[in-house]
Design a binder for this molecule. Sequence first.
Ligand SMILES: [Zn+2]
Ligand SMILES: [Zn+2]
Length: 275
Amino acid sequence: MIEHLLENIDRLIQQRPVCKEALESYRELAGLMKEVQPEPQDIRFEERLKDMKKNEGFPLFSREDLPVDLHASSKLFAKFMEHLSNTERKDKDGLKKVLEKSKNDLGWIDSLLKAVLGKDDKVLSKAGKELDLDPATLSFLAQEALRPSLYALRDATYDKIDTDNWNYGYCPVCGSEPDMAYFTKTGKRYLHCELCSQEWAYPRIKCPFCQNEEHKTLGYFDVEGEEGFRVDFCRKCQRYLKTLDKRVFEEAAPMELENLATIHLDILANDHGFK
Ligand SMILES: [Zn+2]
Ligand SMILES: [Zn+2]
């Protein structure tokens, strides 16, 4: 799976030279991900699936209880820090402090990973302040350190859930919000989970964040010079979602990469007042 990620990074760099810098630094992280082999976790589908059906609309797991290998993820996070604090990044001093902190306090990375899983922004902003690092960077790197384990979880749950008939705006595996959407070759819309990368079908004219279905408050804008991308928005909740149209591209990269390669669309959406 990580190999697939690496192959696509190289292809995307060739296709979209504008994103070269972001993708090249991500390729270094992906190279480190390849060195980590997460332990298979006890997932126990049957019991949980029964519960899910019974309760309707409950994801398989809550983010806090995701069966991920925290030990392998902690090791990977430390590898990221070793690597990044030796680059010429502007924030390398903060990264060095994070590296020192994780060496002196072994349980600290675990608590950081748990904060990311539990979306505990207080823990992240406190750590960011203490260590002179943007909390968003800290959160991004911690989430990427969980990636090999999250991929293992996605692969283990993939054929156990009916992703075509989930119909909720949150992920059927972990309950997270989508960070991107795409249209299939037949025009069907799928959402992509911001955390575990699971994908599931969702109506085209419906906001996944507030379930608004009114035509007049839902819309999208196209982006000049970016055929195959658009930004869908909802005027009720002021949220937006970047959408890739697979009918335009011969081959699309995994959505987590497409997300990284379209950060300029996030900036554009923010400029339009969407969050
Ligand atoms: Zn998920
Ligand atoms: Zn909405």
